[in-house]
Design a binder for this molecule. Structure first.
Ligand code: GLV
Ligand code: MN
Ligand code: MN
Length: 420
């Protein structure tokens, strides 16, 4: 069988699945919110599981809740080809981030089977647990555990904002077994290919149907705790203050400046969380908690920008007589896509008569971690106006279907590969 095989995906049906899944939300439509291990997350998972079962796929759930939907191959002993993405959604999100990769993966398997094909290798769609960092502050928990990128002890040490341990919340959600069991060895999968919305403007702007990801940017994130001195907003005179919020304001701007002036177009830095204690209009801020997300496609450029930020933070802390402590949440290296998978995605796009272009992924994905245990690739479809992580995130049904068709062709090509 060759990569030239093409598939027709029913765009309206796949869009219907996406719309139905979006109804499992803790935010009013069109916003979507499905946070890890909440009843809504569990209900969304159950919906997708029901769908997969109705397509005749075998289901396995691991200890952390990663869920595997398998289309068996002609040679079940061979390493399977995997695809998939995530079902969780940050507060005030849209309905395409992650879901397109899971439901598009199911549509791809349905199309392969519908064409009367049993691939040589099995193909699995994985719905990864907690790609988003919303609940425990760390993204890609499921794929990190699966690839060995994080130790189970480190996951057990996580606490949510209410102080609840990861293990307690996981058990309440019904996921049991040791986290150690989630790990899969290198070679377990023959290849991993994730379908995702671009979340940026390039494909739409250039009128290109398919993005072929060559590398995933290196993300890092940190917590900064700024400790000043609280006091009465009326009584403490300005020269005597150690206002933690004023220091935080300078730090936020210094972070932005370091990213803007890094010399790399791909450096991005975001302070997305700022919590002020005590948070009273007539109280000087005693403490501020900041969370910083820093990324670049080049690890060296990211590290350089980080060094500039760290020096600026030290200067600001000294000048404002506050203490700043820093905790690293993650510092992940970038991942390169596998050349053969890039070629397979390009061949599938061409066979479907679709334009494609190579591009980096500036967002991180479960594919970043799956690259540690399997050759990795990604397929992007256009995001209207480049918008994501917002309720108005939108990818046209035809664009989603094109991505699923290209995915199906790519998966089938890889599933017919020889070797172990
Ligand atoms: C994933 O959602 C990211 O923040 O890149
Ligand atoms: Mn996301
Ligand atoms: Mn995503």
């Amino acid at each position: 069988m060759s990569g030239a095989r093409t598939f027709a995906i029913d765009a309206t049906r796949l869009d219907g699945w996406l719309r139905e899944l979006a109804r499992f939300s803790d935010a009013p439509a069109p916003a979507v919110e499905r946070v890890l291990y909440t009843p809504t997350d569990l209900a969304g998972r159950a919906f997708v599981r029901g769908l997969a079962e109705s397509l005749g796929l075998a289901v396995r759930v691991d200890a952390v809740g990663n869920t595997f939907f398998r289309l068996e191959g002609r040679e079940p002993a061979l390493a399977a080809v995997a695809t998939g993405s995530h079902l969780d959604a940050i507060p005030n999100a849209g309905r395409f981030d992650g879901t397109v990769g899971v439901l598009g993966g199911l549509a791809a398997l349905e199309a392969i089977r519908g064409a009367g094909i049993t691939p040589r290798r099995a193909i699995e769609v994985i719905a990864f647990t907690s790609e988003e960092p919303t609940r425990f502050g760390l993204g890609c928990v499921g794929s990190r555990l699966m690839s060995g990128a994080i130790a189970p002890e480190a996951v057990r040490a996580l606490r949510d904002a209410a102080g609840r341990p990861f293990e307690e919340v996981r058990a309440d959600a019904g996921f049991v077994g040791a986290l150690e069991e989630v790990r899969l060895p290198e070679g377990h999968y023959h290849a991993f290919v994730e379908l995702h919305v671009e979340q940026g403007p390039v494909l739409e702007r250039e009128g290109v149907a398919i993005g072929v990801v060559t590398a995933i940017a290196a993300p890092a994130s940190y917590v900064l705790e700024i400790e000043g001195e609280g006091g009465h907003a009326g009584a403490v005179l300005m020269p005597d203050r150690k206002d933690a919020l004023c220091a935080a304001a300078e730090i936020i701007l210094a972070v932005e400046d370091a990213a803007r002036t890094s010399g790399s177009d791909d450096t991005v830095a975001t302070v997305g969380v700022c919590r002020v204690f005590p948070g009273a209009i007539n109280g000087i801020a005693a403490r501020v908690h900041l969370e910083l997300d820093l990324r670049d496609t080049s690890l060296a450029a990211r590290e350089e920008a980080f060094a500039v930020m760290a020096a600026a933070i030290e200067r600001i802390a000294a000048a404002r007589r506050v203490r700043v402590s820093r905790r690293t949440i993650n510092e992940d290296p970038p991942a390169q896509a596998d050349a053969a998978i890039v070629a397979a995605v390009e061949a599938s796009a061409a066979a479907h008569g679709l334009t494609s272009r190579r591009m980096p992924s500036r967002a991180y994905h479960d594919a970043l971690f799956m690259a540690r245990i399997a050759p990795m690739g990604m397929v992007f479809v256009p995001s209207a106006r480049g918008v994501s992580h917002r309720p108005d995130e939108y990818t046209a049904p035809e664009d989603v279907a094109r991505g699923a068709a290209v995915l199906a062709g790519t998966l089938l090509k890889l599933a017919e590969d020889g070797d172990g």
